[in-house]
Write a protein that binds this ligand. Structure first.
Ligand code: 6CS
Length: 351
């Protein structure tokens, strides 16, 4: 993919965001009959992605269960702005739903960066699914999101984070001085500095050209994203450390959610629970299939599909100090959440 096509594909027309402010959310009607509603759902990924498949399923179920009274319009990445801009539009109420990854939410809600800590969650995705749906965990985050005018509807996993680089990485020392692109949450800089890297925070839309122009040496994302954003084209190695899954939060505007009739809220909550189960399976299949696609398209890509137990342990040991940095950033409330997540992982791993 050329630089031109990447920048053209992901140019971020904020004009679209402005138009949404002007148009508003309800269609007008002079008949006195209830107006059909449009719910706008902004995602941080392109069409065909995990978030897109989530949003399309959400749209299908909401439209079906509201008997056509509600229409959902999905805005893929590149139509409304960067992740940070989408979150601001959601808070302002110009979109009603959005995906908001902890990887980009750290400045707004420091505690959510707990999901960016390495080797904290389980190696078992089913355990992580239970942790992310745990009542105590959700209640705590619900309060924190509400303080920022956001209604947390749930957390989803999108697959294991995979490093793509120009050289093999098997020990923290291999990261020495490596310009690793990370999302914009400050904790991610600390996470890669702990391995000796020189991380660089940048929006998703700039990663391909960053790799192509050698402004960065590597990046980290799940397989499906490495395929659909063509990062594999400009990377020589893919390394699977299984240090953390990619997590996104599904969010609504708090005032909008609270203004919904009780039966619509109940229908929405039911749909969210169903799509959560649906997407858990989808992400597993899609990540597996897209690794095959990458291998077919680029047979000389080098894949380290597993680190040895000793290699993982060296990364885990080097990552532990970042938990103190997390507590510095997220304070006492962050410390409580870290404890809550640690206990939830132990609980669900024991079941
Ligand atoms: O790396 C990023 O910035 C993005 N990665 C994914 C898989 N989803 C959204 C996020 O913004």
């Amino acid at each position: 993919m050329s630089i031109r096509s990447v920048t053209a594909r992901f140019r971020l027309p904020c004009l679209a965001g402005l138009l949404l402010c002007i148009v508003g959310c309800k269609d007008s009607s002079d008949s006195g009959a209830p107006s059909p509603q449009t719910w706008r759902f902004a995602i941080e990924e392109v069409q065909g992605s995990i978030q897109d498949q989530y949003a399309q399923r959400f749209k299908e179920l909401i439209e079906e269960r509201s008997d056509g009274a509600i229409t959902v319009t999905v805005y893929p990445y590149g139509t409304l702005g960067t992740s940070d801009e989408i979150t601001e539009q959601l808070r302002a109420g110009t979109v009603q739903f959005a995906m908001a990854s902890p990887g980009h939410l750290g400045t707004l809600i420091p505690e959510v960066q707990v999901f960016l800590l390495h080797f904290l969650l389980s190696e078992d995705e089913a355990v992580n699914k239970a942790v992310l749906a745990d009542d105590a965990v959700l209640t705590r985050f619900d309060e924190l999101y509400a303080q920022k005018d956001l209604k947390l509807l749930g957390f989803i996993q999108e697959g294991w984070m995979v490093w793509t680089t120009q050289q093999p990485i098997r020990s923290p020392g291999d990261f020495d001085g490596l310009k690793m692109r990370v999302m914009t949450s400050p904790l991610l800089l600390a996470a890669y500095e702990a391995y000796g890297a020189s991380p660089v925070a940048m929006p998703y839309s700039e990663v391909y050209s960053g790799l192509q122009l050698k402004m960065i040496d590597g990046q980290v994302n799940p397989v499906f994203a490495i395929e659909e954003m063509s990062f594999y084209e400009v990377s020589k190695w893919m390394i699977f450390p299984n240090h953390a899954p990619f997590i996104a939060s599904v969010v609504s505007n708090d005032e909008f959610y609270r203004g919904l009739p009780a039966e619509t809220q109940a229908m929405l909550d039911e749909v969210i629970a169903e799509v959560d189960d649906f997407i858990f399976e989808v992400q597993r299949t899609v990540n597996r299939e897209r690794l095959n696609t990458i291998r077919e398209r680029k047979p000389d890509i080098n894949v380290i599909d597993e680190l040895t137990a000793e290699e993982r342990e060296a990364f885990r040991a080097a990552s532990l100090g970042v938990r103190d940095q997390f507590i510095e950033m997220a304070g006492g409330s962050g410390e409580e959440i870290l404890q809550l997540i640690t206990e939830a992982v132990q609980k669900y791993e024991g079941e």
